[in-house]
Design a protein around this ligand. Structure first.
Ligand code: ASP
Ligand code: MG
Length: 415
């Protein structure tokens, strides 16, 4: 079994979907094709719900129209037909004032998961048009999760049983990324950009031989090519280095993706959609080689839109276990991930994504017990395998708020 995952960023036009079918035509059987929502559909669906809750019905209608037209035009361009009009009805149903329950996260999952249904149905129909035998599978009947909407956790044991029962034929399966369902049958999602993780879940449970992530880029570089110049291409990367990079915020793959693949030593490739004969970057087990591949190549990871929050007890008491405990309970409660932490005797700082809504709630709660200060619009820069020149390159003309150095990695919070 092979798993091929195609991201929404490359699936923006009818031509792109036809190009996908050419790649799939050459895939081994059996394979599972995991599809993200087309282009910006997830954001658009998110916005429909947001505007609905704000009661801006004119905006809702405009966005809805945009989503529907976009998908209809793709179908027209491909000269195919799907039953996606039922999905358009479903969108309307979710935002009908009569039935809206107010459980935002639950409604969010119902809404945004529809993007992947539409895209995967289109891909399946397009494969059929080119006589590529395939079966569309509703992944919600396979990937079972808990009830944590928008960031559901996988029930691996049950998912494995269901996946092995379902994917038994020597054919091409097409399915939705990003989505699952709780044991009680409610649609859940795995976190934004979660389709990569779907591919990894299927690879793990089906003992796949190989997973290919088809992307806009040639593979993995030592820096985000959209943010830095003179980047270098990395033909091979160890699982370990890949995990480190996604942990620090590299956008190569969804952070949860590598572990299941590493655990079963499944072959992983990040491949360029428009250069299908090129292997891209292969992520491999380092034990095959005696040392890391690029010990001398600095790897840059930049996370923007960061907020640095400094928390001090009101009475100058030490930041000890009890205070730390209080802070971590709140971080867990609002599901805020500390991208970097630092503590001194009387203050504790965390750098995190400035997700304004969640952060506002956190700040309010923290202020009950602590003196809280913060700085916004910061960047968190990580350099692996750093050199003096690499550090100079990313910190020149910047104001440094925090610097943390270990043997392999240096991190800066800067403005
Ligand atoms: N469509 C979802 C998102 O944009 C999942 C994915 O693309 O991986 O977050
Ligand atoms: Mg997407």
């Amino acid at each position: 079994m092979n798993i091929l995952k195609f991201g929404g960023g490359i699936l923006k036009t009818a031509q792109a979907i036809e190009h996908l079918t050419e790649i799939v035509a050459k895939a081994e059987r059996p394979s599972v094709i995991v599809i993200s929502a087309l282009d910006k559909t997830t954001n658009n669906l998110e916005d429909i719900l947001k505007e609905f809750v704000k009661n801006d019905i004119a905006k809702v209608e405009k966005l809805l129209e945009k989503v529907i037209l976009f998908h209809q035009n793709i179908e027209k361009g491909l000269n195919i037909e799907t039953d996606n009009r039922l999905i358009f009805d479903e969108i309307r149903n979710i935002i009908s004032t009569q039935t809206y329950s107010g459980d935002y996260d639950y409604q969010y999952d119902r809404m945004v998961s529809l993007g992947e249904i539409m895209s995967s149905k289109i891909v399946s129909a397009c494969l059929s048009k080119f006589n590529i035998e395939n079966q569309w599978v509703d992944i919600r009947q396979i990937i079972i999760t808990d009830q944590i909407h928008r960031e559901a956790n996988v029930d691996w044991a049950n998912t494995e049983i269901l996946a092995r029962k379902r994917f038994t034929e020597n054919t091409i399966y097409v399915t939705q990324g990003f989505t699952g369902s709780s044991a009680s049958g409610k649609t859940t999602t795995l976190g934004r950009e979660g389709s990569d993780f779907t591919a990894a879940i299927l690879a793990y449970t089906l003992n796949a031989r190989k997973v290919e992530f088809w992307k806009e880029v040639r593979g993995i570089y030592n820096a985000d090519p959209t943010k830095m110049s003179d980047f270098v291409f990395l033909p091979k990367l160890s699982y370990h280095e890949a995990v480190e990079q996604v942990y620090y915020g590299a956008k190569i793959l969804h952070p949860k993706t590598i572990k299941p693949l590493q655990n079963k030593k499944i072959q992983v490739f990040v491949r360029p959609f428009y250069e299908p004969d090129f292997t891209g970057t292969e992520i491999v087990d380092i034990s095959e080689l005696s040392k890391d591949f690029y010990p001398d190549t600095p790897i840059y990871i930049i996370k923007e839109n960061q907020i640095l929050i400094s928390i001090s007890p009101r009475d100058l008491s030490f930041i000890a276990e009890k205070n730390m405990g209080k802070i971590f309970v709140l971080l867990a409660k609002y599901r805020i991930k500390a991208n970097l932490m630092e503590n001194t005797a009387v203050s504790f700082s965390i750098c995190t994504d400035d997700n304004q809504h969640k952060i506002q709630l956190l700040l309010e709660r923290l202020k009950n017990d602590f003196i809280v200060r913060y700085n916004k619009d910061l960047s968190l820069i990580t350099v692996r395998h750093y050199t003096d020149a690499a550090i100079e390159r990313v910190t020149a003309d910047k104001k440094i708020y925090i610097e943390q150095k270990s043997r392999q990695t240096v991190r800066f919070v800067v403005k």
